[in-house]
Design a protein around this ligand. Structure first.
Ligand code: ATP
Ligand code: MG
Length: 634
């Protein structure tokens, strides 16, 4: 004890194998590993070589001994007004039934199972059942349109698909099964069978005889099922998951088994400080990496109960999350800045209404957490708010505070320090040299990547190397494609994506910096800045801002006045060079389904180009508003 975080981190890099061997004791192994790391074929890293384990066993079976009757899964739906709670014993039963069903359909080790499901317990049973059999799941975010789904079917070539008749969002029905039918029509490698968890929401659901099967019926034949765990060598794949598609075509991340289990178990202890028997609430969706790591596997591996919430943060009212946190005595919460900014537009009284004394930390990730929002939520909740930075590719945090080792003070706007195991460097984009304090560089990781990170791009080893490890000549360095800066105290700040840097008359500005300056204006809830081609200066920043109160922009005069104030705020904080050429006001920004601002599309529209691939777009209204604002300014 008494080790500082700095020492802990240094040990994780300098005595890498000993460090991870220690962490590996946090999971159960069927067969112990021989070698901690095989890095004979860079940049492909194999962790815990020869060890055999299983994610489902670690998440479920191993808890039966000590906590069979403890809550494991707490399902709350504000869409269908349902609540169901499963103990570890009940979870074990349901997972075995689902595994028996999949097995009866011929699913075996290495087969793919595509899961396209709403946030219901059966989705999680299906994931756990798949990995129990040594098969590989590909969870596709429910509500993705059929051609996005078709592309993912063709990439994974699943033996079986699991879906539901419908999902619900904001009280509206989304016909999942119908979308699946369309996707299967569009795909070249359709599954042999489709298992449907029928919620009775879509009586018109069409069925294809011979292919479509009713889960309830299949389940009833396997009520007493006990399906043996299929042990996997640590490097064998557990799942495929696609990145959000913010910057272009999504990449199919392949995850291993042993390294992932160890990485998650360690993160639950050191980063999230969750204890067995407590309750974890991640507001993400199982379709995203946060859902995989911190709705399903992380909390369950730790022996914690996990909240599966089907609903939005503002229905029935903007206090719903905090009510859940109170009622379930949640100790760890995980959400995204985009959701917090939604709440910021609502009555802050909802945040004070509930007893949050059980809550120890709120973690946020997915997008830059601007300083005003960080400040606002910290004050409102009165618990530490920890911004942490990671990617689908890494599966867990790259930059974070690690309160389980040392409670380092948080700086608003910064995701703190490199997580243990990550040798993070900020490199000059061209030369690849390390930059100094307060200089901008590309956030890079010296390989081998730590346990839990992607093993390769599914089916495309070459793309793994060429996409992630080929930015600098003659050297294998993993690039995140994000821009960062480190201050004199060692705190990192993410400045935006490398694509998002604006070059104004030779000055390189991160869009994040300008957005941050604009967000300090009290009228602004959210803002996106993009660089637009300019014949004179190369590029000019252009801002699209969402106001908290529409009254501020009720007349053209009011808009002009506010625009002036915002420009003055930028001048003051960054200098006139960063001043946006215009600030357009909208009520909504175009976002990906995972809640990230689609800057590439905004930029394309502003430059009069085609907005590009919009399959990941959440609500078309955001794009329409940007188009309208740009057209009106002409
Ligand atoms: P694609 O790779 O398909 O373009 P994506 O990068 O949005 O999509 P994700 O893996 O979901 O896919 O998102 C990871 C990215 O999200 C990071 O590379 C970074 O740009 C951003 N991000 C995540 N967490 C943070 C954070 N705490 N602060 C700033 N940015 C963050
Ligand atoms: Mg990415």
């Amino acid at each position: 004890m008494g080790e500082t975080y700095k020492e802990f981190h240094r040990r994780s890099i300098e005595r890498r194998e000993a460090f991870w061997a220690e962490q590996a004791a946090l999971v159960d192994w069927h067969k112990p590993f021989g070698k901690v790391l095989d890095y004979s074929r860079p940049p492909f890293a194999q962790w815990f070589v020869g060890g055999e384990t299983n994610l489902c066993y670690n998440a479920v079976d191993r808890h039966l001994k000590d906590r069979a009757d403890q809550k494991a899964l707490i399902y709350i739906s504000t869409e269908t007004n349902q609540e169901r709670i499963y103990s570890f014993r009940e979870l074990h039963q349901e997972v075995n039934r689902f595994a028996a069903v999949l097995q009866s359909l011929g699913v075996a080790k290495g087969d793919r199972v595509l899961i396209y499901m709403p946030m219901i317990p059966e989705a999680i049973f299906a994931m756990l059942a798949t990995v129990r059999l040594g098969a590989i799941h590909s969870v596709v975010f429910g509500g993705f349109a059929s051609h996005s789904l078709a592309a993912r079917i063709d990439d994974a070539k699943p033996k079986v698909m699991v879906t539901s008749d419908a999902g619900m969002r904001m009280g509206n029905k989304i016909p999942y099964k119908h979308l699946v039918d369309e996707a299967i029509r569009l795909s070249r490698f359709p599954p042999e069978q489709v298992v449907i968890v029928n919620r009775g929401l879509d009586p018109q659901m069409p069925l294809t005889p011979g292919r479509d099967l009713d889960y309830a019926e299949l389940r009833s034949r396997h009520m007493q099922a006990e399906v043996p765990v299929v042990w996997l060598e640590a490097s064998e794949p557990s799942y495929i998951l696609y990145t959000s598609g913010t910057t272009g075509r999504p990449k199919g991340v392949q995850r291993d088994t042993g390294g992932y289990a160890v990485a998650l178990a360690a993160s639950m202890k050191w980063i999230y400080c969750g204890e067995p028997g407590e309750t974890y609430f991640s507001t993400s969706d199982i379709g995203w990496v946060v859902g995989h790591s911190y709705i399903v596997y992380g909390p369950l591996i730790r022996g914690m109960a996990t909240v599966v919430y089907e609903g939005v943060p503002i229905r029935p009212d903007p206090g719903i999350w905090w009510k859940i946190a109170q009622d379930q005595r949640v100790t760890v919460m995980f959400s995204a800045p985009t959701a917090i900014r939604v709440l910021k537009k609502q009555d802050p009284a909802y945040l004070k209404k509930y007893d949050l004394s059980s809550l120890r930390h709120l973690f946020l990730a997915g997008e830059p957490l601007d300083e005003p929002t960080a400040q606002w939520i910290s004050n409102a909740l009165g618990v530490p708010v920890i911004d942490h930075y990671w990617q689908t590719e890494t599966g867990w945090a790259i930059l974070t505070a690690v309160p389980g080792v040392e409670k380092t003070p948080v700086k608003f706007g910064s995701p703190s320090f490199p997580a243990y195991g990550y040798d993070v460097r900020l490199l000059h984009e061209q030369t690849g040299e390390e930059v100094g304090p307060n200089e901008k560089g590309v956030v890079c990781i010296v390989p081998p990547l730590p346990p839990g990170c992607m093993s390769t791009v599914w089916g495309q080893d070459e793309r793994f190397v060429s996409t992630y490890f080929s930015s600098f000549k003659d050297r294998l360095i993993y690039t995140t494609f994000d821009w960062g800066i480190r201050d004199q105290d060692g705190y990192y700040f993410i400045l935006g994506r490398t694509d998002d840097v604006i070059n104004v008359a030779g000055h390189r500005l991160g869009t994040r910096e300008i957005e941050e300056a604009i967000s300090t204006h009290p009228a602004i809830a959210e803002v996106a800045v993009v660089g637009v081609a300019d014949p004179l200066k190369g590029q000019l920043p252009l801002a699209f801002a969402v106001v908290k109160d529409a009254a501020r922009i009720a007349t053209p005069e009011a808009c002009q006045a506010l625009e002036k104030e915002i420009m003055a705020a930028v001048d003051k904080q960054l200098g006139a060079i960063a001043r946006p050429s215009r600030v357009h006001f909208v009520t909504q920004l175009p976002k990906t389904r995972s809640g990230k601002v689609l800057r590439r599309s905004i930029q394309a529209i502003a430059e009069g180009r085609d907005p590009g691939d919009l399959t990941t777009l959440d609500d078309p209204a955001g794009i329409e508003q940007v188009k309208a604002a740009v057209a009106a300014a002409k």
